[in-house]
Design a protein around this ligand. Structure first.
Ligand code: PHE
Length: 342
């Protein structure tokens, strides 16, 4: 019957149209249920086959089967392509580049003071010096008294101190390690002691409450200022990687006698005078001198037999000179923008 056949064709065509519009798996499944499901449109149509003659039934049945097969094939194909598309989309969104470098922790770098400290340690080790350590929380005895600075001495005012409630203090210099070193190693000895020192300073671009020094001492028989100058020149040439000219001026520190300020000829202008050396041609670098007999005695060395030299190098200051850093506060800031440059 032609009417039934045209109904089948209509259902087929409209299912194909819906299928073309379906953009999700759910929508495709709805098209399938609507057309091919057990209670779907085509199943409904086949119910009316009972009323047809065998010839009509054969013709309509053939058309119905063709429509079913065509729809099934196209629905399956559409499902497959949607599934594929969903997988592709997921793969796209979850894609990671396994060859990209891992983010991980950034490699760190050594603080400029640490770099200068390690370099100096190598220079001194090569000259036979021991590298010693001392406590940052120190007793009044080692920080002052043993260094010939008694309680009533005005020299105590040179170093404003952080006192602890128990009478100890944050060491104001690394010089206490002179006496500690003498006590542990005994004379003769060559030692350096790099480390932190603290002073109650008003903090500004050139003053910090916390800074690094490197103490040095040599005790032996007949040590003279000539030895002092030799070691200082060797040290400074190693740091600045060229020959340096030095001069000594008198300086006062209770634990050395005689005491000096060692200057180097300005490395910028070679002594002609420039803003860095304030036109003087010289830059003050480190205090030093011959170890005072009282200090030797405090360390258990007989000053009749032994003598020596000592110096105190400002490590923080040296690092600032080396790298051209103009604000000391950067050194303790922990600011990564500053630290990453080294
Ligand atoms: N300890 C002194 C200071 O910090 C420096 C110094 C060390 C001077 C050794 C002479 C000898 O000021």
């Amino acid at each position: 019957m032609a009417a039934l056949e045209s109904v089948i064709s209509e259902v087929h065509a409209s299912a194909l149209e819906q299928l073309a519009r379906a953009s999700t798996l759910e929508a495709v499944e709805a098209v399938r249920v609507d057309a091919l499901g057990r209670k779907g449109k085509l199943a409904e149509i086949s119910k009316s086959f009972a009323r047809l003659s065998p010839e009509e039934r054969a013709g309509a049945g053939k058309l119905l089967n063709c429509a079913k097969q065509d729809l099934e094939a196209k629905i399956d194909a559409k499902k497959a392509s949607l599934e594929h598309g969903a997988l592709d989309a997921r793969l796209d969104s979850e894609w990671i580049d396994l060859t990209a470098p891992a983010p991980g922790p950034r490699p760190g770098s050594l603080h400029p003071v640490t770099q200068v400290q390690r370099e100096l340690e190598q220079v001194f080790i090569s000259m036979g010096f021991a590298v010693l350590d001392g406590p940052e929380v120190e007793t009044e005895y080692y920080n002052f008294d043993a260094l010939n600075i008694p309680a009533d001495h005005p020299a105590r005012d040179m170093q404003d101190t952080f006192w602890l409630k128990d009478g100890r203090l944050l060491r104001t210099h690394t010089s206490p390690v002179q006496v500690r070193g003498l006590e542990t190693l005994g004379p003769p000895l060559k030692m350096i002691a790099p480390g932190r020192a603290f002073r109650n300073e008003e903090v500004d671009p050139s003053h910090e409450h916390t800074f690094y020094q490197l103490e040095g001492m040599m005790v032996d028989h007949d040590v003279s200022v000539a030895h002092l100058i030799y070691f200082m020149k060797t040290l400074l040439s190693a740091i600045f990687k060229r020959d340096v000219t030095v001069r000594l001026r008198p300086g006062f520190f209770p634990f050395v006698e005689p005491g000096f300020e060692l200057d180097i000829q300005c490395l910028i202008c070679n002594g002609a005078g420039c803003p860095v050396c304030k036109q003087s041609g010289w830059v003050e670098l480190l205090p030093c001198g011959l170890v005072h007999p009282s200090v030797l005695r405090a360390g258990g060395a007989d000053p009749e037999q032994w003598n020596g030299f000592a110096f105190g190098l400002g490590l923080t200051r040296l690092a600032m000179m080396r790298y051209g850093i103009d604000d000391i506060r950067l050194m303790m800031s922990g600011d990564l923008r500053f630290l990453r440059q080294f």
